[in-house]
Design a protein around this ligand. Structure first.
Ligand SMILES: [Zn+2]
Length: 159
């Protein structure tokens, strides 16, 4: 979720998305997308709301390229929702690919799990990543707060 938030904020800033409702929809969709793949596990919060675990085994379809492509299709319905979900879901799968367990990225074509790293969930390395991403988020949020103050200042100048 932190990684999705960080990626989304970087995208919003670098593509100069306006401070409009569509940008917030993009951000919220990214945050939601970042937890969505784990709806395939009944002990997760998202799994209690959206019980995908009734239909799929843990770390199968919802952790594969299929769900990423599905989110690309959602952009055809609503661009900002689809784009946000795409960023969120992709960042989740990418993060899981770096864990010891990995993900069956090409499921159902191949059930073999791919791995890009050996990070243990809840381990020392994961904590380090959370601290780094958290620090970057705080810095970026600070930059955003300044942007917002400037935005409000510019608006009051026009009015
Ligand atoms: Zn997962």
């Amino acid at each position: 979720m932190f990684i999705a938030a960080l990626i989304s904020l970087v995208i919003i800033r670098t593509t100069k998305m306006p401070l409009e409702i569509s940008t917030y929809i993009f951000l919220m969709s990214a945050l939601f997308g970042s937890v969505l793949p784990d709806a395939d596990h009944k002990s997760t919060r998202v799994g209690k709301v959206i019980p995908l675990w009734l239909f799929f085994k843990h770390r199968t379809v919802t952790h594969s390229i299929i769900i990423i492509l599905l989110m690309v299709l959602v952009t055809k319905i609503n661009y900002y929702v689809g784009y946000g979900l795409f960023i969120g879901v992709s960042s989740h799968i990418l993060s899981d690919l770096f864990t010891v367990n990995g993900c069956p990225f090409f499921y159902p074509l191949s059930k073999e799990k791919q791995r890009l790293g050996k990070i243990k969930t809840g381990g020392k390395d994961e904590r380090k990543i959370v601290i780094i991403v958290g620090a970057l988020l705080i810095i970026l949020s600070g930059i955003y707060a300044l942007d917002f103050v400037k935005y409000l200042g510019d608006r009051s100048y026009i009015n």
